[in-house]
Design a binder for this molecule. Structure first.
Ligand code: ADP
Length: 404
């Protein structure tokens, strides 16, 4: 077994999970996170064996201090010392065209990360500082980059290229990259395990951010997010696909800056925009139940955008074997799943209402006669990052052995 630390850095947060893992087994020894980094009122919350969260307020000015606090906590109880760590897996936002898999972090990976900083202004510095801090505190531990974009590198050119002047792609690398890679890859892997075969899958990752991916024989062939996570289906605070002229029109007529429009596109659209302030699907459903028509419409629009995307992906793949639901809404809202599945009856998809209402576990929720399987896979991106880090570690150890 190897002890692997998984880190998920946000602009003002740093989540972690410590795994004990080998080829076939894993356990989470502890997990937690630092919140409000550099904002004042920062704290470290940890969950021990019994799952009870415990929060300690402490001044944490930057990601380096957050790493220090996490390593200090781990060595008090879960590690004799930091030498016991075999690898550190980092969730990285953007791997561009350079990375189609998870890799050991070396100078080349760092150079590519620095180059991508203008594209990921919020999260990028957090990744850089976390990796640099680990290099300083535990220089001998392997660090692994697991990218949000890598799974979609198998998408073919007709799907990833926008019909812009070609130099926008050649010089500026503007193309569809897609995101939520780790989640879609994990869900497809688990779906294959419980189905017993690979086939034509469509995975709906419906969380705060949402994306739909078509997966044929284990490979991503199309995905709804694009050059950035703003495109695709309707999400909590992003509106998804829209006429590209709209932001320009708003900038011109309302004299808004690019930054202001960026904030609008990322924080004020989607469910939030349509309902006048409800970004959380639970609130939207509750309000709709109480007769709020804007919320009822937002649900309709949310489902509509899913159906359109799923339908186009069924056409692209020439069929559908399994529809997968994952992430907050996908796992927990039987109602949203039902609304989506109702519109897919033309494919011979038959939802089992009783199974659909049960608690989310990796399970089928279709009737036995259904021509399309419907599967819930609870998201676990951290486990996928730990598994990838384990594989990269074993490859590194094998190549070291060969070199000796
Ligand atoms: P994030 O993308 O922020 O990681 P999650 O995957 O946790 O988010 O998903 C958050 C979304 O899931 C929120 O919109 C939340 O309302 C929704 N959600 C969680 N539980 C339920 C539920 N029981 N019914 C409907 N929506 C739910």
């Amino acid at each position: 077994m190897e002890k692997i630390l998984v880190l998920n850095a946000g602009s003002t947060s740093l989540k972690f999970q410590l795994f004990n893992i080998d080829e076939t087994h894993h356990e989470v020894l502890t997990k937690g996170g630092v919140e409000r980094i550099g904002l004042g009122g920062s704290s470290l919350t940890v969950k021990g064996e019994n799952g009870t969260p415990f929060t300690t307020e402490m001044p944490i000015e930057n990601h380096k201090e957050a790493i220090k606090a996490i390593l200090h906590y781990l060595t008090q109880k879960y590690l004799k010392n930091t030498d016991e760590l075999s690898a550190i897996g980092h969730r990285m936002g953007y791997g561009g065209e350079d990375f189609d898999r998870s890799v050991a972090i070396d100078d080349y990976v760092m150079q590519k990360l620095y180059e991508s900083l203008p594209l990921i202004p919020l999260h990028g510095p957090a990744f850089v500082h976390s990796i640099e801090a680990m290099n300083e505190f535990v220089p001998n531990v392997l660090q692994v980059a697991v990218f949000d974009t890598s799974f979609h590198q198998s998408v073919e050119k007709a799907e990833f290229l926008y019909a812009l002047p070609y130099e926008m792609y050649k010089k500026e690398h503007i193309r569809r990259y897609g995101f939520h890679s780790t989640s879609h890859r994990y869900a497809a892997k688990k779906a294959k395990e419980i189905l017993g075969y690979n086939g034509k899958f469509i995975c709906c990752h419906l969380g705060g951010g949402a994306s739909v991916t078509a997966i044929n024989n284990g490979k991503s062939v199309a995905t709804s997010m694009g050059y950035t996570p703003t495109s695709g289906v309707i999400m909590s605070t992003r509106g998804g696909d829209m006429d590209p002229y709209i932001p320009l029109h708003i900038m011109k007529t309302q004299h808004k800056t690019a930054d202001e429009v960026n904030t609008m596109l990322n924080k004020q659209c989607g469910l939030y925009g349509l309902t006048g302030g409800h970004a959380d699907m639970r609130d939207v459903l509750e309000q709709a139940n109480q007769g709020n028509e804007d919320c009822a419409f937002a649900i309709k629009a949310f489902v509509y955008s899913q159906i359109k995307t799923i339908g186009s992906y069924v056409t692209l793949m020439g069929g559908l074997d399994a529809l997968i639901f994952t992430a907050g809404i996908g796992e927990n809202s039987s109602y949203i799943r039902q609304l989506i599945c109702e519109k897919l009856q033309y494919l011979g998809l038959e939802l089992d209402e009783t199974a659909n209402s049960a608690e989310p576990t990796p399970t089928f929720i279709n009737k036995p006669t259904s021509k399309v399987k419907v599967v819930i896979i609870p998201a676990n991106e951290e486990l996928m990052i730990a598994e990838d880090s384990y594989q990269v570690l074993k490859e590194a150890q094998n190549s070291e052995k060969k070199a000796v």
